[in-house]
Ligand binder design. Sequence first.
Ligand SMILES: Cc1cc2nc3c(=O)[nH]c(=O)nc-3n(C[C@H](O)[C@H](O)[C@H](O)COP(=O)(O)OP(=O)(O)OC[C@H]3O[C@@H](n4cnc5c(N)ncnc54)[C@H](O)[C@@H]3O)c2cc1C
Length: 433
Amino acid sequence: MWEFFTEPEFQEKLDWMTAFVRDECEPLDLLFPRPGDPYDVHNKASRAILAPLREKVKEQGLWACHLGPELGGQGYGQLKLALMNEILGRSGWAPTVFGTAAPDTGNAEILALYGTEEQKARYLQPLLEGNIVSTFSMTEPQGGSDPKEFVCKATKDGDEWVIDGEKWFSSHARYASFFIVMVVTDPDAKPYERMSMLIVPAETPGIEIIRNVATMNERDDMDEGTEGYIRYNQVRVPLDAMLGGPGEGFKVAQARLGGGRVHHAMRVVGKCQRAFDMMCERAVSRRTQGKLLAEHQFVQGFIADSAIQLQQFRLLVLQTAWIIDNRPHGAARTHIAMCKVALAAVLHDVLQRAVQLHGSLGTTQETPLGPWWAYAPQLALADGPTEVHKAAVAKQMLRGYQPAPGLFPTEHIPTRRAAARARYAAILEEHDL
Ligand SMILES: Cc1cc2nc3c(=O)[nH]c(=O)nc-3n(C[C@H](O)[C@H](O)[C@H](O)COP(=O)(O)OP(=O)(O)OC[C@H]3O[C@@H](n4cnc5c(N)ncnc54)[C@H](O)[C@@H]3O)c2cc1C
């Protein structure tokens, strides 16, 4: 049986979230609009507004819903989380208000999975309470999609690891209390066993933020950059700063990236829905050539194409969430890769149409559309480029196929017709066919 409905009690929660995000989170987007603002734990004004909002979320039992109950979350599972994240995706601040903002969600996940009791107490607990933010420091300036290219290393010196090298695009490093850094610890090991993860407190001597790189929806001249370009200059941490075992860096990274990708997809559904709502409002508001935009066929094409694309994407995301909830660990891998590819494409296409329908206004910063449009290429790279995920999907799809047995494909009509004739030869002969 395939069902497509939401339980009424849960729908009530979603309705509460919808109103709360619109009335309480979206004003934060307007007051503190820079992409890095939700991570700036030192901004007294934004924190003063944030604190009571978080209390309200906690009272509703909606705090950190990506986590299981043992970690202070509700254990709703991914399918319900998908419906919730659709709502949170409409606002830049909402994930922070609800305790589900990346990259802290992924970092919390790997601390919970691989952390020692001491690491959990020191790093995971304050992270879950929303008191601090953290950074995931994996990508390097000479290449990000292939970890085999990484060279930032840590060498053992007595009872310490000494980290030396550079990392690139460590998001929100400027606000982080600790960094989870992927380092080469055994250069001669097998390619995917050369690296380990180390947890480095932000105050450790030797961490140098070379610059906070600004993406295309941030202003470099206003020092708004969120992407830390970092040099670890002989940074020393104790041996027990390792998260997971030696050589498990790649495995630990994979554990956080899957969840992160599908959560991005869920939030993108929400962003696209909001852009779609704006597109439709515009279509029924604006007139040209004596009629509403909505009455022009090109515009109807924009609306229909967006609705169809968004609905297809939403169903893929919900099915992926269902597989994560109901099938063994790892069963959703290919679906997550599909979501990852689709999310950037759908956001790009829907936002492009929404910007176009808003005309000159769409190209300004006077609607949310411009910054979201600029976000699309970033989503085609963050957590791995589209091409890498497409290759993974194709590889998995091709796994179940064999080469054609003969010269022609198995679907070759003359060959199959000859076989059908041979099978029914007696009857065909009886009827002179
Ligand atoms: C907004 C944003 C936030 C990010 N946050 C973080 C973070 O917090 N921590 C972190 O460590 N990293 C982060 N990243 C980095 C991200 O993981 C990398 O951008 C990504 O892995 C790609 O690496 P790269 O940028 O070096 O691109 P490259 O590896 O140089 O790839 C460039 C292009 O080459 C092509 N290409 C690469 N590999 C293949 C392949 N196998 N087959 C075919 N074509 C290929 C693709 O077109 C790809 O887009 C973030 C990135 C963005 C945009």
